[in-house]
Design a protein around this ligand. Sequence first.
Ligand SMILES: [Mg+2]
Length: 416
Amino acid sequence: MKISTIRITPIAVPDMPLLNTKGVHGSHFLRSIIEVECDDGSIGLSETYGAIKTLDGLRRAAPQLIGMDPFALNALRARIEAALPDAGGINHKTMLTQHQVVDVVYSAYEIAFLDLIGHATGRPLCDLLGGAVRDTVQFAAYLFFKFAKPSDQFGPDLFGEVMSTESLLNQAETFVERHGFQSIKLKGGVLPPDTEIETMLALRERFPEHPLRIDPMGAWRVPTAQRVCDALQGTLEYLEDPVRGMEAMAELSAMTDIPLSTNLVVVEFEQVLEAFKHDAVQIILSDHHYWRGATGARHLGEMCRAAGMGVSMHSNTHLGISLAAMTHVAAATPTLTFDCDTHYPWTHHDVIQGGKWTFHQGAVAVPTTPGLGVSLDRDALGELHDYYLQQSSTDRNDTQEIKRYIPDYVRQVPRW
Ligand SMILES: [Mg+2]
């Protein structure tokens, strides 16, 4: 069983104007769909970021993987490091954190390799990670303030404009009714802190049993964050990246009992040690797309156990191949006890056969069929690839995008 062919298909997927502290989502999001084919005809699938640096790294590494045995994950890492020396980070300079090209490219191929191993052994991917410790994986409702979708942007809108506590509550009710979510996360850092405090308190009143989180992505300075913590004491399950940088997180952490979580200041294993040393965060967000794949994400779970930290799961805009991988990883990470983030309900599209995944009581059933448990819908892939070819943008830049709506917008992180 040797790898004979690798196909990387960039796609664009219609998106909605979801707001965050550095801007707004564009008219579409970019993904790469990866097929790793072996000489016996079996195919391993994967999905990852589609912006230019990731795509370039995937393409440059691919020829070095031909002839490999998909069981050789250590060799995979070595070949990718050799193929991409000094490759640097994947993200545009307007992003708030950086992920290393070698980690992201390794992560993407590792999932495809594990999918192949699953098919070869007849076992679901979670079995290759030590086995599922849960039959279903819970996800959280991921709420956003947003603009109404401009009429010149392709694809349907959800909820129209959501720029108030009242309309956000309506969004929450719809997501909870439709998908049965049992926890709620708000992407904050968009409206003034007092409005977002009011929104979280309104969510608490409307959903007294749902664990609540807010993620302002470093939008607040330490005194502001401290004020928010005081106002939301007893309301939050955890507070995600309230302030920017490890030092500020440590300063705030010393002042509040609310657990702090992050997907911005701890994105590499070395940073787990630093965060532990400074008691800067209590919960780390796992994500197999950059934590060195499914095996790395599992290692993160063990490292957090040793450090006495909790584990949750981060999401970027994604489709169903990523959701399958997220579900397997979460199922096989015993310490991942929080409901995972997902952007999945925000898209109407997918590239998997059999239609989109559905959530029951906010959960996805862990697949029991070999590998990831999903197969590719080539027609859907072709359509989204054609849509990609029609776009002029090959990178993500939320700050540029928001100037369509607010021409004099100035990016400022922290803002308050
Ligand atoms: Mg976050």
